[in-house]
Design a protein around this ligand. Structure first.
Ligand SMILES: [Zn+2]
Ligand SMILES: [Zn+2]
Ligand SMILES: [Zn+2]
Length: 252
């Protein structure tokens, strides 16, 4: 199935550069704009369908809107995945949103969903129950601080954020899918500690277990290490990429 995946936001919740932060990664991103990271937002185009996954960055949502997107998947209710949701109100065509019942009833999403029914239609989805938009999407449970769904899209793309490791049944489903492009949470990067998110070695372990054609490490925090250091850490693994905003991958 021909298509492409574009990472519109590759950062963690604080973005890079982070507010008032003067660490090396933040200062470097202030000097070199291609190293700036917005919050989570990914555009997938597959077999004529166009869909957005998470809307953490208002600017990224505006960019995606240049292409007219009518489908949105939401992984969970953290604000770094939702901050651009309000912009959907201005859509000139109806947008279908797919998320868990838990996300729909969360404090930020529910008032928006209830008020904007004329523009945005919310559809609740469940883990392991495939739905079609019309490409087939299978939600899989992730392992985060709140209930979170990852998505497997037509055995072509997997979206795995936010998560630390994966529940066993999700791992099994992902192994069967053998996707072309797998987007993986690697928030902590080179650090050894981790909470609710992968560091680089956990992300790479996930890649080893699931064998995608290309693995893209994303949701990168400013404390993960500098871009060059992260790239160096995976340079021998030609199938592993460190995401930047606007990194694009082709699907065949
Ligand atoms: Zn910083
Ligand atoms: Zn989160
Ligand atoms: Zn996040």
């Amino acid at each position: 199935m021909p298509g492409r995946v574009e990472i519109l936001g590759s950062g963690a919740a604080e973005m890079t550069p982070a507010f008032n932060c003067h660490c090396e990664a933040c200062e470097e991103a202030r000097r070199e704009h291609r190293l700036r990271r917005r919050c989570a937002c990914v555009l997938v185009e597959l077999d004529g369908s166009r869909l957005l996954i998470d809307v953490g960055s208002p600017e990224a949502v505006v960019e995606a809107g240049e292409k007219e997107v009518k489908t949105l998947l939401l992984s969970h209710e953290h604000v770094d995945h939702l901050a651009g949701l309000n912009l959907l109100k201005w859509s000139s065509t109806k947008v279908n949103v797919y998320c868990s019942n838990h996300v729909l009833n969360s404090y930020y999403v529910w008032p928006f969903a209830a008020k904007n029914r004329d523009v945005v239609e919310f559809n609740t989805v469940e883990a392991f129950k495939t739905f079609k938009v019309p490409v087939a999407i299978t939600p899989i449970p992730l392992n985060h601080s709140v209930p979170t769904l990852g998505f497997i899209i037509e055995n072509a793309v997997a979206y795995l954020l936010d998560t630390v490791n994966l529940p066993e049944d999700s791992l099994k489903r992902l192994r069967e899918a053998k996707v072309q492009v797998m987007l993986v949470d690697a928030t902590y990067g080179l650090r050894e500690d981790y909470v609710n998110h992968n560091n680089l070695s956990l992300a790479l372990e996930l890649v080893r277990k699931t064998e995608p054609t290309i693995a893209v490490l994303t949701h990168i925090a400013h404390y993960a290490g500098r871009f060059k250091e992260l790239e160096r850490a995976v340079e021998e693994l030609s199938w592993v990429k460190i995401a930047l905003d606007h990194s694009t991958f082709t699907l065949t």
